[in-house]
Design a protein around this ligand. Structure first.
Ligand SMILES: Cc1ncc(COP(=O)(O)O)c(C=O)c1O
Length: 411
């Protein structure tokens, strides 16, 4: 059975002494949440304690933020897409985003002023669904391209929101480049959840949008009398999500920043590899990026996010698919007394890593290096539910991607 690789960041910096996180501070998060709260679908997603699993693993407390409840869309991604599109439209109108709301942006008056806009994106599924949903809500048009091998169920979930969506012949990063080309030729606006030199406003707004969930779980934790977690595990594709949560926590908590562990699939581990190469720069992973963790199958780090992850994360993890599958099964069939959680492949991988880290004797040194012990308060974020129900059943019901058969081919 193939194992999990860890890389400890011995050079992590104190908040404020490394990458800039001011754009993800409390004020930015409150502004983003203020916009999200203008949608009738908005409510805080559940923050679920799993005391029996925590005891079993030998940690103090464990909480899971369940993003499958977000806006009825089964994933957290709409927080980013909706906020970036709102920021873009507010800029077009010469207003601050705090002056617009979902309702105002879909009003006939503002729609006439804005004209018909097409928002385009490349996506594994969740982000495309989020862009399509937002465009539909605001009476605009969307075009979505998915990488080769994308799940037809996820494609349909995007089309349901009125998007013109299709699966391409390219991997994720190539699909992003193609999307830009087609958008440029047609005068569309690209809403991409990753940044590179010259394309930074929209990804920065997307990252600000994600801070809503971090603000929520800090409130939810504090309502239980706990000031902050000691540890947080964040899954990464391009790293925008992980960096936005870590950046928010760094600016909000300063020296109380929890030890943060970044988790990726071993076939698309661009953050892990960049950290290991250790020359301060982001490095890409090429190839098909084949993994069941569709949301994390990205080979090129977001350049803004990378700097935050490089400076403030405590450890990086690269893991095979069976770890994510285990996380899904553990959350679906918990210990007696704990609440079951429907978590998809990208959502559950951090739970799979935490379980192995705590129960596998081979990882005792890693546990000690990051200070995980019986006093730890750990937060995980289940970033998606069963975004592909047939795949979810194959894994959770029929045991696909089991650690005991991980050397067999299970495509
Ligand atoms: C469910 C899920 N979790 C996590 C991520 C990772 O986000 P990022 O690409 O910003 O690292 C994604 C990205 O699409 C996702 O869909």
């Amino acid at each position: 059975m193939s194992g999990i690789s860890f890389h400890i960041n011995n050079l992590f910096k104190r908040p404020g002494e490394g990458a800039n996180t001011r754009f993800l501070d409390l004020e930015a998060a409150e502004k983003a949440r203020g916009f999200h709260a203008t949608f009738k679908e908005y409510q805080r997603t559940p923050f679920i304690p799993l005391p029996n699993l925590a005891r079993h693993l030998g940690i103090g407390q464990l909480f899971i933020k369940d993003e499958s409840y977000r806006f009825g869309l089964n994933a957290f991604k709409v927080l980013g897409a909706s906020y970036a599109i709102a920021q873009y439209l507010a800029h077009m109108l010469g207003r601050d985003v705090s002056e617009v709301s979902g309702e105002k942006l879909r009003s006939p008056y503002l729609r006439k002023k804005l004209g018909k806009i097409t928002f385009a994106t490349a996506t594994d599924g969740n982000h495309g669904r989020a862009v399509a949903w937002t465009a539909q809500q605001l009476g605009q048009r969307s075009v979505v391209y998915m990488p080769k091998g994308s799940d037809p169920v996820r494609l349909e979930n995007i089309r349901v929101h009125g998007a013109e969506a299709s699966i391409t012949e390219f991997n994720y990063d190539e699909t992003v480049r193609m999307t830009f080309q087609v958008a440029q030729d047609n005068g569309w606006v690209v809403v991409q959840d990753t940044a590179w030199p010259g394309y930074e406003d929209i990804p920065r707004w997307i990252m600000q949008g994600y801070t809503t969930l971090a603000l929520e779980f800090m409130e939810q934790l504090q309502e239980q009398g706990i000031y902050c977690p000691t540890h947080i595990f964040l899954q990464a594709g391009v790293g925008s999500f992980a960096a936005s949560v870590l950046g928010f926590l760094a600016s909000y908590l300063g020296d109380d920043l929890p030890a943060t562990v970044i988790v990726e699939p071993d076939t698309a581990n661009c953050i892990y590899r960049s950290a290991k190469i250790d020359n301060g720069k982001p490095h890409a992973v090429k190839g098909d990026l084949k993994t069941i963790m569709a949301g994390l199958a990205c080979g090129e780090p977001n350049i803004i996010g990378w700097e935050i992850l490089r400076d403030y994360a405590r450890a990086y993890v690269s893991c095979p698919d069976w770890v994510a599958a285990n996380g899904m099964r553990i959350l679906a069939a918990p210990l007696r007394g704990d609440t079951p959680i429907i978590s998809g492949e990208s959502g559950a991988v951090t739970c799979g890593v935490l379980e192995q880290l705590m129960v596998n004797p081979d990882y005792a040194e890693i546990r000690a290096a990051i200070g995980l012990n019986s006093k730890s308060v750990v937060v995980l974020i289940s970033t998606e539910g069963d975004t592909s129900p047939p795949t979810y059943r194959d894994i959770v019901w029929y045991g696909k991607h089991s650690p005991f058969s991980s050397n067999l081919s299970q495509s």
